[in-house]
Design a binder for this molecule. Structure first.
Ligand code: NAD
Length: 256
């Protein structure tokens, strides 16, 4: 059974920010972080919307939920918005994450430097293969899955609440069950299977092959339009799109 620990970011839900807005906040944050790295002090809603691939009216509405309205003629303060969005997303605190399944994908994820810089600390790498135990991946020793529960419960300061599943599809549900039983309340699933979880547990699913299939669909449509059916439009919807995601039809990372 999931423990009573509340690992959920106090953020959004309690204050009634729509899920669609929450899903766009990381896009704004990514664009704002790039501006911040270039020491850009302020940004207009139009510029930021274009950089994030979101409609600017939607952006202004989203920011109103954060209580951020910008200054007419000046725009939004980049550093302050980075702070506000990070706080809203719960990124001002450190989130320990475990990755289960340290094969090709799990090792690539472990080696990805972008987690730490966004407030996610890899607490442990877990694999069922005894031959993997103790091997160093991304500077961490792989731990055997027999230790999974202990790792989830005992990682300081409050255990682990986020688990990444990168096992073969057949192992994903049992791994998910064990993670949840030990106290994990958020799961990022890369395995091509639909996970069932109890209420209160969030699952996000990443499937790059689905993204490719969506691109193939748009390519096919563009090819049809090129053949004379009408003007060529990006994304096939008649409006310019830089990215399909929370502002578009299909999320890049899907709820399970
Ligand atoms: N979502 C995507 O876009 C995407 C992309 C690539 C791969 N995948 C999926 O990710 C998964 C991993 O792919 P891969 O290429 O890394 O496979 P892989 O075979 O290289 O690695 C899988 C690892 O999981 C471990 N494992 C198996 N059962 C386990 C269990 N019960 N507990 C802990 N560890 C266990 C294995 O020992 C192995 O090290 C697959 O399900 C694959 O389909 C998804």
């Amino acid at each position: 059974m999931a423990t009573g620990r509340n690992h959920r970011p106090a953020a959004s839900r309690g204050r009634g920010i729509p899920e669609a807005t929450v899903a766009r906040l990381p896009l704004y944050l990514r664009a704002l972080t790039a501006l911040s790295e270039r020491s850009v002090p302020t940004v207009s809603s139009e510029e930021l919307a274009a950089a994030a691939g979101v409609n600017s009216a939607k952006l202004r509405k989203d920011f109103s939920y954060l209580g951020s309205y910008g200054t007419r003629g000046v725009g939004y303060d980049v550093e302050y918005l980075v702070y506000q969005i990070s706080r809203e997303l719960g990124l001002t605190q450190d989130w320990p994450v475990v990755i289960v399944g340290i094969g090709n994908l799990g090792a690539a994820l472990a080696n990805y430097g972008g987690f730490a810089s966004r407030g996610f600390r890899i607490a442990a790498l877990i694999d069922a293969d005894p031959a993997m135990t103790g091997k160093q991946v991304a500077g961490l020793p792989v731990r055997h899955s027999d230790e999974l529960e202990e790792i989830i419960r005992d990682t300081p300061p409050n255990g682990v609440s986020i688990g990444v599943i990168a096992t073969p599809a057949g192992a994903a549900q049992p791994v998910c069950d064990r993670l949840v039983e030990a106290g994990v309340t958020s799961i990022l699933n890369f395995a091509p299977t639909v996970l069932s979880v109890p209420e209160g547990v969030d699952v996000r699913k990443v499937d790059l092959s689905i993204e490719l299939q969506i691109l193939a669909f748009h390519e096919q449509r563009k090819a049809g339009e090129d053949a004379g059916a009408g003007p060529v439009t990006r994304g096939g919807s008649g409006k310019p799109t830089t990215e399909t995601g929370p502002d578009g039809d299909i999320p890049a990372v899907m709820p399970a």
